[in-house]
Design a binder for this molecule. Sequence first.
Ligand code: SF4
Length: 277
Amino acid sequence: MAYRTPLEARLAKQVTKAITDYGMIAPGDRIMVGLSGGKDSWALLQILDVLRQRAPIPFTLVAVNVDSGYKDYKHGLITETCRDRGWDLRIEHTTIGEVMDDILEAGETPCSLCARLRRGVLYRLADEVGATKIALGHHLDDLVETLLLNVFFQGALKAMPARLVSDNGKHVVIRPLAYVSEADARAYTKESELPVIGCCCPACGDLSLQRQRVKRLIMDLEREHPHVKASMLKALTNVMPRHLLDRRLVEPVDGAAAAAPVDETPFPQFVPVRKAR
Ligand code: SF4
């Protein structure tokens, strides 16, 4: 069976490579796709459905939408679209939007709290729908932006894993779009005529300013050096621990101080002291 378009063929190739590289899907898996109705989650669901129909191993899909409870959120359109395409869908109505302000801790952004709350709901739903894996729509741009955000603002050298086992060992989260660019995900959702639905959250587009800044920075660099993103992705697969300064990763040397336990505080001892004028 031929792919419908060259873009679909490219996505299928990149997603298949990510699935193979990280052992994301095994025979008999029931993959629960987090479907927000945004461009990335639609692209993920569509391409996984295409691959499911031609994959040499059997697996099934179920889309799950976590409705945060915002008044104008068009979850009805998500239901209709999934029904028309024959996609199994479960919608979970929540009050996440309402409780956000009350439980937001100092220093936490609404988006990180929101992601944490949604993740909790997704884990519960995974059990309820009998899912063996949870697929999220983060793409290559998300991975490299997160890497820079963590380096610039959190004092940590980390991005997003392509495959992650939850802390309690019960859930496996996968990111099959890890090698797909945001531009391709957007274009694929458009050419597949899937309706992009806004989250209707007041924070949307306003917060996460650091992420917008980092996105612009990468975009500017890409104009001068078109392979910057590809190089960053390659860097994530090409880590040289001995060329870093984390003493937990290097051989102990006689006389050297023992490696300190993990320090979660961003840049504790390296904050530059501003001179008084
Ligand atoms: S913009 Fe709103 S809905 Fe989207 S992640 Fe941030 S807080 Fe959550």
